[in-house]
Design a binder for this molecule. Sequence first.
Ligand SMILES: [Zn+2]
Length: 307
Amino acid sequence: MNIFDAHCDVLLKMWLNPSISFKNDKSLHITYEQMIATKSKIQCFAIYIPESVSNIDKFDVALEMIDIFYNQIIAKYDHIKLVKTKKDINTLNRNEIGAMLTLEGCDCIGWSITRLKTLLQLGVSSVGLTWNYGNTVADGILEERGAGLSSFGKEVVRTLNDQKVWTDVSHLSEHGFWDVMALADYPIASHSNCYKLCDHPRNLHNNQIKAMIEKDGMIGVTFVPQFLSVHGHAGIADILLHIEHLCSLGGAKNIGFGSDFDGISTTVRGMGSFKCYMHLIEELHKYYSDELVRSFLYQNFVEHLPE
Ligand SMILES: [Zn+2]
């Protein structure tokens, strides 16, 4: 079964440790060999620049991660192709895998729309506005001030609309979320779960989920144990509870997955690495039709990609 995974931090791990090979390194949750074995179809690779990098160096680090994406992933494997649009995905051969480049947090662009446009030209096709703290665009969910979009942030979202690029609200403050709902043409939450089931600040409240469905955006259910269960550890059954909750709010067509593999230090029981998607698929088939399982795993995200 085709898999579309809207978020991982492979590039961060490879940037932190240049000796890591994407082919089959044991320290990665997602590797080339696992993607082939598990029939991955589309993997999003996030550019996430650690907080410890100084502001002045952040854009350079973003470029270094893009360099890793092209040279260590795209160029090395004949089967992996860069994809940005629905059309790109539809033109992939049967045995080709699409790699999407995404940005997690706009900290690296500072006050520069030119930097943003440059990243888009380099292949970025989904833009998360913040990580957990504040930047020039908006506040993240853990920033005490809780501000929404700045004037510059609004310019960023308008640019993403013009360029037909997803605006990703995962990590964004609640105020920022509502500003994005008012302004963005292509909103998604690449890796967020349901607050109603697990009251972690990174999760979405019911009214946010309903607004996302109303705007026909996408929500990528994520395998971060702390976002799945208040106990801090979770199993596949917990992932299914979040799916069912989104369905109960009318979101069956807006559900996807954003694993956060390689960005998490603990994993869900039975979901220790990418190949474990097979276990999740097996479990989903016990409760949902084959058609629905296919839409959760792949089709919904593809259908919500701008042309
Ligand atoms: Zn994240």
